[in-house]
Unconditional design. Structure first.
Length: 177
């Protein structure tokens, strides 16, 4: 007999714990961040962690009740556009002159590390998945965690060297010119 159901339930339980820790961290980061750009991104990340938790709980409950995998989780979506695009809009709205505190940068670094650990966790689980619906779910989580990682990395550059960040953004607009 396959250990896939036990493995999946354990993965979902562990994933829920990871997402809860992320929500708690981003909630604290929102309240302690000293700049508007950081506050807004941390708020969006916190909301995304809630979306992930809701999806995981929905799947866990279904599987625990003896039901099969389904794609019902797709009905639970973030209430904002892709985080990278949102960050760029916020950054351009706030301009080149931003102030930041060391604690803000530390929070970004912790967030980057947290997102990288989540990506690694989901990728390791993906290697063992055989159910196509489970695979699709895990791939979506990896995609969203990578988006979080990229947004935090962008924010780190923006807050540490806004001129370099704007230079990168403007250069990408000149591709093929």
């Amino acid at each position: 007999m396959s250990d896939a159901p036990d493995r999946t339930m354990h993965m979902l339980s562990t994933a829920l714990g990871l997402e809860e820790k992320g929500k708690g961290f981003y909630s604290k980061a929102v309240s302690t961040c000293h700049n508007a750009v950081g506050k807004e991104i941390f708020r969006m990340l916190m909301k995304d962690e809630v979306v992930h938790m809701d999806r995981i709980r929905q799947i866990y409950k279904r599987l625990e009740g003896g039901g099969p995998w389904s794609d019902e989780w797709k009905s639970i979506q973030p209430d904002h556009k892709e985080l990278g695009l949102l960050f760029r809009e916020i950054a351009f709205a706030h301009g080149r002159e931003v102030t930041t505190e060391a604690s803000d940068m530390e929070a970004i670094d912790v967030g980057i590390d947290f997102e990288m650990r989540a990506i690694t966790f989901y990728q390791e689980h993906l290697e063992q998945v055989t159910d196509p619906l489970e695979r699709e779910f895990i791939e979506q989580l990896i995609k969203e965690e990578k988006s979080h990682h990229a947004a935090l990395s962008d924010m780190k550059l923006y807050l540490s060297d806004s001129a370099a960040w704007f230079g990168e953004q403007e250069r990408s607009g000149l591709d093929g010119a």
